[in-house]
Design a protein around this ligand. Structure first.
Ligand code: GAL
Length: 355
């Protein structure tokens, strides 16, 4: 009897210890989940306070992740429009979609539409590529003209596609596709100079460089080759800041990040200075690839924002955006270490949330 009692007590003890262990494990797991959810919430909470957190989830007004990868931005009146590749899950694979959003402050984005394109004639509808869409608004014709990199799945066609619409977010009609000046064209970039002249940047692999080309008055064609920047780069972007042109681009490593570089010139047509790193090389541009340089000209200051993509090749829908105000001037351009920041769109001043 005594033995049985002992065993019973021992069993009881063991159960108690197991319970304590279980509770401890559950507690640690809960703590871990809380820490993680806090981090997720923080990026979104900051967004609600008007702060951009580079690399964090960025939600639109419907609380969906913004789908505008490899994107471009235009300012029409006081509204910014952001276009880019919509790589959301569950889209009809027979179409390509361009995400279109609007904002008054560059932080809060209203979803406008998924602009849907079918493969142009001659392209396999199951295996074609529409990348890096860029939309220009032509004030004379009052039309929105969209350029994109059009390709087959093996990236051999290397063309540009153009679509046009009377409205910013719908009704785009496919117009034509071609190789500009007969040259292969892959990644494209968009640049509108202070005098309103519109340029397209396109990477042309066989020439080991990228071309800066002026668009025609109606933006419907690539009219004049301004220069060939002799450096094998893609993700090309350009900005005009205090009398100098700054061009940036990434090396040719596909979806993998590398150390993006910049050069300067007094004229769009060059000559361009040698290229230099725009961030510590070991950071690989903090895991991002350039897509655009956006200049916000405020009443007090012009701020240049680096727009980069943090690609996730195996989960493209979850690719992130790395936007940061650049240190720029006197021929130098530098991407500071990413941290939360905010911009006053009116004055152009930037504040860092942690300072
Ligand atoms: C990158 C390019 C992207 C996409 C990708 C495909 O180099 O910048 O836009 O084309 O290659 O591998």
């Amino acid at each position: 009897m005594e033995n049985m009692n002992k065993r019973y007590l021992q069993l009881n003890d063991r159960i108690r210890i197991m319970k304590i262990k279980d509770i401890a494990i559950i507690f640690i797991l809960l703590l871990f989940a809380a820490v993680i959810s806090c981090q997720v919430v923080t990026g979104q909470q900051l967004q609600r306070r008007g702060i951009i957190t580079p690399g964090s989830l960025w939600l639109d007004n419907n609380r969906n992740t913004i789908q505008a990868h490899g994107g471009g931005i235009i300012l029409v009146g006081s509204t910014y429009y952001w276009f880019g590749e919509d790589r959301a899950q569950g889209l009809d694979p027979l179409y390509k979609y361009v995400g279109c959003y609007s904002s008054e402050d560059l932080v809060h984005w209203t979803f406008l539409s998924k602009i849907k394109f079918a493969a142009p004639k001659g392209f396999d509808p199951h295996h074609w590529v529409l990348e890096r869409p860029k939309v220009y608004y032509n004030r004379k014709t009052k039309k929105y003209v969209m350029y994109f990199h059009l390709d087959d799945a093996r990236y051999k066609a290397a063309e540009i596609g153009i679509a046009v619409s009377n409205d910013v977010d719908s009704g785009y009609q496919f117009v034509k596709h071609f190789r500009p000046f007969g040259m292969e064209s892959r990644d494209i970039g968009q640049f509108i100079d202070d005098d309103g002249t519109a340029y397209l940047i396109f990477e042309s692999r066989p020439t080991h460089g990228f071309v800066i080309a002026r668009l025609s008055d109606d933006y419907m064609s690539v009219e004049k080759k301004m220069c060939l920047v002799k450096e094998p780069l893609e993700g090309g972007a350009l900005v005009h800041y205090k009398g100098l042109y700054y061009v940036i681009g990434s090396h040719l490593t596909g979806w993998n990040p590398n150390s993006n570089v910049y050069a300067t010139a007094k004229k769009v047509s060059g000559p361009w200075s040698p290229f230099k790193n725009m961030a510590p090389s070991e950071t690989n541009t903090y895991g991002s690839q350039s897509t655009m340089l956006l200049k916000v000209t405020g009443t007090k200051k012009a701020t240049v924002i680096y727009m980069g993509d943090i690609w996730k090749p195996a989960a493209q829908w979850d690719s992130r955006y790395l936007w940061m105000p650049l240190k720029i001037g006197k021929g130098k351009l530098w991407l500071p270490k990413p941290e939360p920041w905010e911009i006053n769109i009116k004055t152009g001043f930037v504040k860092f949330a942690n300072k």
